[in-house]
Design a protein around this ligand. Sequence first.
Ligand SMILES: [Zn+2]
Ligand SMILES: [Zn+2]
Length: 101
Amino acid sequence: MILGTVFKRVVDEAKNEAERKAKNAYWVTCPECGRQVVKKELASKGCYICGYQENGNVSDRGRPRKPYQTHCPECGVKVITQQLHEEGCYICGWRRTGGSA
Ligand SMILES: [Zn+2]
Ligand SMILES: [Zn+2]
C-alpha cells in the first residue's frame, strides 16, 4: 500500500523532527570553533575542543568579587558604595559627610 508507506514516512519524519529538537536542546554549536558540543558542558566547563567559555571566566574560584553597589540617596543612581563614601556621587556630587565642612 502506497498510502500506508507515505503515512509511515510522515510519522517517521515527525519522529525525526522531535529527535532533532531534543538534540538541539542537548547540543549546541560552539561559537568559537563551530563544533557540536554538549550545551550543559559548554555552559559549565566550556568547550572541550577549543576551550571557549560562555561567560569568559576561566574558573569560578578566581572570580573577582563584585564591588558592593548602592543607590545614591540624592539622585538614585546606582553607584559603588565605597566610592560614594570616599568621593561622593559621581553624578550629582552628593557626599555622605556633607554639612559642617
Ligand atoms: Zn569550541
Ligand atoms: Zn547622586
